[in-house]
Design a protein around this ligand. Structure first.
Ligand SMILES: Nc1ncnc2c1ncn2[C@@H]1O[C@H](COP(=O)(O)OP(=O)(O)OP(=O)(O)O)[C@@H](O)[C@H]1O
Ligand SMILES: [Mg+2]
Length: 461
């Protein structure tokens, strides 16, 4: 339903009074129609009223040129849609009008309906473009909270941007702590539904007997203890987005019900007499391999297809370690504010330990480690003794058989790096003293640093 402020305004500029009146009656009441016969009248209205689209005759009163007006309007507002009208179309003027940025060029004599359709089309396109631009900005703003510069994270950003504006169901997969919920929230925030609710449901944390009622609600008296009618999460999410976390844990009986919601966009409250239609976008997440579960018969294939319309998979942190420094920076700033410890830094050696560690708990683990270290540290720099033992003691985990000489070289390099950082930290980054501590000539220290990618010029952070 259109409300008053949604009625759009058309300005029509022509010297022909009869046409102006005809046009006004054709367009009302769906549109507000303003009319002008001269350039001055037209600009008076453009400057003082909110006009959405303009129809402009090629020839105005007192021999003024519509083309000239078009040029000025486009200079002022390049995106503003102007439809050029003419009594007798000529190829040259059509070409000129389009070149000046007219939305369309049409002869005004024949079907008025055509004109009306054209106006509606111009407006719809413009609104679409505006919505799109707003959404794009919003996605960028929200995605800004997703930190990462690595190619894999860039791909994730791109996927979010591509899919946010649609209503498509998204299945987000990734190990624990990789940011699945963060991505779901970014998708919602970048969607047309962003002003409406985002409802997150953890399918694993709900007591099995209660999940159905949690998701779909129940009618008063439908079972013992149902003393009130209760709305389920789907109804609560009306108009917005529902995030079904740990979807793999949903039992088979409920998988069928969810499939029905995705197919019919309808839910049944427990004990309800009639289905209730819902307008909800579904996002789902899991850290399990759903397709393997489908093969084993633990997850319905039809539901899997319905959920997996657009998959986004998040990599484990150990596969994009180059994002660790920016993530560290991000969390230092974020918790710096919360813990009133602004301008916290991390020593290069500490960062080195973080870079070496394998991060089974992914970004969430990194976040927790930093939070803890910030709490423990008394100065303004985080040192290795504020890291959990397993990180400082970690030797490169071996995930698959690997030539021994490679492994030994990596271990040697990593031990050398740690020793060098220790020495540099201790001596305030004096090369001379560090070399003495390490028992090697300065030149060797330089060479080792350059081979190990330690930048000596860089001041400790
Ligand atoms: N790329 C990232 N940039 C900034 N913060 C991140 C990023 N990825 C994850 N986080 C943060 O890490 C924490 C864990 O993320 P989130 O809860 O989204 O993970 P998850 O995949 O849902 O984990 P789980 O499977 O354990 O539920 C959150 O505090 C989140 O803000
Ligand atoms: Mg989660």
């Amino acid at each position: 339903m259109e409300t008053l402020d949604q009625v759009r305004t058309v300005l029509v500029v022509d010297d022909n009074k009869v046409f102006l009146e005809d046009f006004a009656s054709l367009m009302s009441p769906s549109f507000n129609v303003l009319t002008a016969q001269t350039e001055r009248e037209a600009f008076d209205l453009l400057n003082n009223r909110k006009v959405d689209v303009m129809l402009l005759d090629l020839v105005l009163a007192e021999g003024e040129s519509g083309m000239e007006v078009l040029r000025k309007v486009k200079e002022m507002m390049p995106d503003f849609p102007v439809i050029m009208l003419t009594a007798h179309a000529s190829v040259e003027s059509a070409v000129q009008a389009m070149r000046l940025g007219a939305y369309h060029y049409i002869t005004k004599s024949p079907k008025k309906e055509e004109l009306r359709t054209l106006v509606e089309k111009a407006l719809a396109e413009r609104e679409l473009k505006r919505d799109y631009e707003l959404l794009r900005e919003e996605v960028q703003r929200v995605s800004g909270t997703i930190v990462g510069e690595s190619p894999v994270i860039h791909q994730v950003f791109e996927s979010i941007q591509r899919v946010a504006m649609t209503d498509v169901t998204v299945l987000i997969t990734g190990a624990s702590g990789t940011g699945k919920e963060l991505v779901a929230r970014a998708i919602h925030a970048g969607s047309k539904r962003r002003q409406r609710v985002f409802v997150a449901v953890n399918c694993a944390s709900l007591v099995k007997e209660l999940i159905e009622s949690e998701l779909f609600g129940h009618q008063k008296g439908s079972f013992t203890g149902a003393s009130q009618t209760k709305l389920g999460k789907f109804e609560l999410a009306e108009g917005g987005t529902i995030f079904l976390d740990e979807i793999a844990e949903l039992d088979v009986h409920l998988q069928v019900k969810l499939l029905r919601v995705l197919q019919e966009r309808e839910i049944d409250r427990i004990g309800g007499a009639t289905p209730i239609s819902v307008d909800v976008r579904v996002l789902a997440a899991t850290n399990r391999d759903l397709s393997a579960m489908v093969e084993r018969g633990d997850f319905r294939q039809d539901l899997f297809y319905r959920l997996n319309v657009y998959p986004i998979s998040l990599p484990p942190l150990r596969e994009h370690k180059e994002d660790i420094p920016p993530l560290v920076e991000h969390f230092l700033q974020r918790y710096g504010k919360e813990l009133s410890k602004v301008d916290m830094k991390i020593s290069p050696l500490t960062l080195e330990y973080l870079m070496q560690y394998d991060w089974p708990g992914n970004v969430r683990e990194l976040e927790n480690v930093l939070q803890r270290a910030m709490l423990l540290s008394t100065g303004d720099t985080i040192h290795p003794d504020q890291l959990p033992k397993e990180i400082v003691e970690e030797r490169k985990a071996v995930h698959s058989p690997q030539p021994l000489h490679e492994l030994e070289k990596e271990a040697r390099d990593s031990a050398a790096r740690i020793a060098i950082f220790h020495a540099l930290d201790k001596t305030g980054w004096s090369i001379k003293e560090s070399a003495t501590l390490l028992g090697i000539p300065e030149k060797t220290l330089y060479d080792k640093c350059s081979r190990l990618g330690i930048k000596l010029k860089a001041k400790p952070r």
